[in-house]
Structures are given as C-alpha cells and as structure tokens.
Design a protein around this ligand. Sequence first.
Ligand SMILES: [Zn+2]
Ligand SMILES: [Zn+2]
Length: 380
Amino acid sequence: MYAVGILRGKPGVHAIDVPMPVIREPDDVLVRMREVGVDGTDFNQVRYNLQDIAEGRDQIVLGHEGVGVVEAVGSSVKAVAPGDTVVVTVRRGCGECEPCLHNQSDMCMTGNYTERGLHRLDGLLTRFVVDKEQYIIRVTPELRKLAVFAEPLSIAEKGTDQIRTIQSRLPWFCPHPDHSFLHPQWGGCKVALVVGAGPLGLLATALIRLAGAYTYVADILPEDHPKVTLVTRMGAEYIDSRSKTPEEIVHFCCTPTGELNIIFEASGAADTATMLIPHMSRGSIYMMTGIPRGDTRIEIDAAQMVRQFVRYNQVIVGSVNSNRRHFEMALRDIGLLETRFPGMLSTMITHRYSLEDYTRAFVPGEPGQIKTVIEVDPFV
Ligand SMILES: [Zn+2]
Ligand SMILES: [Zn+2]
C-alpha cells in the first residue's frame, strides 16, 4: 500500500510501501484516510533529515494530523461505526507511568512513548490505518472539512488549559465573576501576548480570543502578510517585532497598570523567547510551546531573574503534545471558531496537494504558506 515517509540513511521524503493494515483485535478500528495536515515538525524532519525510526526498521510513515472515515470495526468497538468521520490521536503511552496509565500520555514520565508519524510509529500519510478505539475520536459530520485542525488545535488547547489551571491560583483581576480562569470567558479583562503567527500561534490566538482576552501577536512579518490578516480578522493586534526590542514588545502590550497576564510562546525562537522573560509582569504566566532547534547562547543576569520569579510569583511552564481530552476540546472549539470567525480556519489552509504529489508539499518557504494539507482521498 502506498505511503509517504522517511527512509533510514536516505535524506528527503519518499513514496514507500507498507502492508495493508487489518483488524486483529476486538477494539481495532480500520480508518480510510482522507486528509492529513503537514506542520513545521514534518517539514523539519524532511529538511534536516531527522530520522526517528524504530529500531529494526528502515522507514517511518510521516503524518500526524489526520482525518479519515471508519471503514470497519472490531467486535467490541462501540464509540464509532463504519462511515463515521474520525481523527486519530498521536501519542501512545509507555504503559508504565501513572500519567500514561491514566489517559495522559502527553505527560509521560518515562519518555518511552511512541508517536504516530513523529517518533518510531508509522504515521497517517497513507490510504488506510488501524488503531485502537481509544485513539479514535468521532467528528460531527458538519465539521469534517475542518477536522484536519483537530491535532494542531489540541496542542493549543492543552497550552491554554494549562494556563487556566495554573492561573486559577489568582483571583480574577476585575469585578466580573465570569472572568475567573475557571470560566469559559476566562480571558475577559485580561491581556495576552502570543509570540509567533505560525499555525500554532494563530490557533492559540483563536482560543485566547474566543475566551475574550485582549490579544497581541508578535512576529517578524510585514503587515500585509496573510498571517497578519488572520491575526487582525480575529480581533487581535499585530506587532512587527523586527522594529521592537523584547522590552518594548512587552511594554507595548501591558495595561496602564503594567499587567501582561499571559505570554504564549509559539515561535520556537529561543533568543526572543528568553529575552522576554525579564519583562514578565507580576503574577503572570509564560507558556512555552515552540521547540527551538540547535544551540542558542545568550547572557542573562541570573540573580535578577531568580529575584524576579520569587518576588513577582511568576510561572514559566512548558507544554508538549496533547491527550484525548484536548482533541475533544479542539473538535468542540472548531465549531465555536467557525461560528465566531466564519471561514477563518479554511483560509488558513493555503496549500493542498494530492498524496502522490507529496514532494511539492514538503518544499519549505512557499510564499504565503500557512497550512499545507495533503489530500489522500479528499472530502467532496
Ligand atoms: Zn509514560
Ligand atoms: Zn472582567
């Protein structure tokens, strides 16, 4: 069966052959893949020849942002039925640690997890996959054409969910009970800065705007870039960070009383990400989701930074991957986002290619590129 992936010792992306998967266990689900999103991690795997292939194997199928339709189910499967549109989650737990044993493999403590299309396990860029019922989530039919956003949005959902959980330590900064961090409108009367206007930054912006926060988005793009248009369309304010120092960016975002409640880092630019830290406000939270490559060395005043964390009750937290609950939140919010910002998500898909045309999908730096989708067997 035709698939697209990486070959051991052979740079680039390739058409590879994998066996047609079959249902073997009662809880197996056979899915016919429809659309698979490509993200920065996929691009980097190909561009920098990162080979995360299981021992004893010579290839890995790429693709971890997949939506498909159930073709057949094992005898015990209840949650989905043939014909249902579904998404497939990414990480498979280690089976040893407490988080993995409690449906939170995104918080795995051993590191012995696998990930479809990313880490040792074959991905979704192929015609059919089989997976366990617990890793398959049903999509309401109206949302099927946007379900390719479920995985990337689940990453933003986990990040914002962590922010809310941690910030529930504070009373809300305003007279409105609805603006508590535990309420759906938790963003009311709060200010957030999202760093990076790539797909993850844009999706984080969407969720933070949905929650009602005044939101700034910083990136190194000209004002007429399509990503900036989307930022503005969501009612967020764009900051061209090429013309501002990290200190100026933070001060530009702060309220008159000096508050910037949330920073959501989604650029993976290690130097900018770090240089924002000394300018965090009192009681604020800094969520990091971008993963830098290579080494970046900068000088910091360590004593000043430690003093600041302690005196200002600050939190810096990292967040990676997502679990089933975040996928379910994402699928709910895709519907809410479509109501609030109609057509916004589909506008984010700037490039579409057929599975056989995969080489073009992995060319980096396409002008105006935001989100690339590979159509295995597209929805009509
Ligand atoms: Zn684990
Ligand atoms: Zn308020």
